[in-house]
Design a protein around this ligand. Structure first.
Ligand SMILES: NC(=O)c1ccc[n+]([C@@H]2O[C@H](COP(=O)([O-])OP(=O)(O)OC[C@H]3O[C@@H](n4cnc5c(N)ncnc54)[C@H](OP(=O)(O)O)[C@@H]3O)[C@@H](O)[C@H]2O)c1
Length: 325
């Protein structure tokens, strides 16, 4: 089959369309003939050599796909050849076929195009597990989402709005903030021109954010702690602003706050299956009735994966970028 490999880490041109052996499903796995793969920031890091796959896992990038099941391994129930699905992967999505543990597979939600369904597994699993299962966002609370127009951000806004939370976002341009508003955000902060701590304080009468979903890591750590409400929860999922920051424990202590950092990819298969099951139970009904939708910015042929990565790095996109074999 055709797949993208990374013979030497580097810029977007490091992604090379190659001929590789098609994978065979092991016991407990299905194989998917890929209709589309989602592009994630983590893939860019992997391409640069900064985010290697867990030991023993495929080196082909790609953390999510949609497609049709074309083979089923032993000991799999609930899925048959021909099912239209999408799936959360540990890697291997930038390919014509990929194998995945059956517990990480979801049906394509009613009303969603097969290709667009590739935009769903990573963002729904990341947002549901972090914002709801871990940080326990409640109706009436305020969620601050950094990078509101990102793949993750566009899903976080919609899900938080649906559970009745108030959503604040940061983004780098007015166009992106406008889209965030359409999706349900009502506190809009241009991080290039405004201080998000001040703006959030103004908009919430000094309350701050009950939950913060952070993609910046070190760069925003002090200001995120400042922006937290009493008993607030800061969940760091990205390190775009570096890995080592200074934590003001006194401020955190006075607020009785929590700082949590998580990675989805490294979790054991059973934990991923639990998250995917929760997504299917809680998020899928909102997608099936159209309240929540995948936000797809562009589709690129798999052979032009480098153009898709260049687009992500230019950060001109709003929502998800997809690759179509
Ligand atoms: N830990 C996990 O399990 C997990 C899982 C999935 C994703 N993630 C992380 O979640 C983040 C989003 O992922 P994605 O795939 O959705 O990426 P993406 O679409 O490329 O989004 C990146 C975002 O970063 C924003 N950004 C850049 N500089 C910023 C700043 N100074 N302040 C606020 N926002 C800034 C960009 O906003 P502008 O375009 O407006 O500049 C853009 O919205 C990434 O950091 C990724 O690594 C983590």
């Amino acid at each position: 089959m055709k797949a993208i490999t990374i013979p030497t880490p580097g810029g977007p041109e490091a992604l090379v369309l190659s001929d590789v052996d098609a994978p065979e499903p092991a016991a407990g796995e299905v194989r998917i003939k890929v209709a589309a793969a989602g592009v994630n920031r983590a893939d860019v890091m992997q391409r640069m050599g900064h985010y290697n796959p867990p030991p023993g896992m495929t080196e082909i990038p790609g953390l999510e796909v949609s497609g049709v099941i074309d083979a089923v391994g032993d000991d799999v129930s609930g899925w048959v050849v021909g099912d239209q699905v999408c799936a959360l992967l540990v890697g291997g999505g930038y390919a014509e076929q990929v194998t995945v543990p059956a517990g990480q597979v979801l049906p394509v939600p009613q009303g969603v195009d097969l290709v667009d369904a590739a935009a769903l597994p990573e963002v729904t699993s990341t947002v549901w597990s972090n914002v709801f299962l871990t940080a326990n966002l409640q109706p009436g609370e305020t969620l601050l989402v950094h990078g509101g127009s990102s793949g993750i951000g566009t899903m976080a806004i919609q899900l938080a709005r649906e559970v009745g939370a108030r959503v604040a976002v940061t983004a780098g341009t007015q166009d992106k903030l406008d889209v965030c508003r359409e999706l349900g955000a009502d506190i809009l902060i241009n991080y290039r021109e405004q201080d998000f701590v001040e703006e959030l304080a103004k908009a919430t009468d000094g309350h701050g954010a009950d939950v913060i979903l952070d993609n910046m890591g070190a760069k925003y750590l002090p200001r995120n702690v400042e922006a937290l409400a009493t008993a607030g929860r800061l969940v760091i999922i990205g390190l775009q602003g570096g890995v080592k920051g200074e934590l003001d424990i006194n401020t955190l202590l006075r607020k009785r706050g929590a700082v949590i950092a998580t990675s989805l990819r490294a979790r054991p298969v059973a934990e991923k299956a639990t998250i995917v099951a929760a997504v299917r139970e809680h998020v899928w009904p909102m997608v099936a009735d159209g309240r929540v939708r995948p936000i797809v910015h562009s589709r690129h042929p798999l052979a032009q994966a480098s153009a898709a990565h260049a687009e992500m790095e230019a950060s001109t996109h709003i929502g998800k970028i997809l690759l179509v074999p």
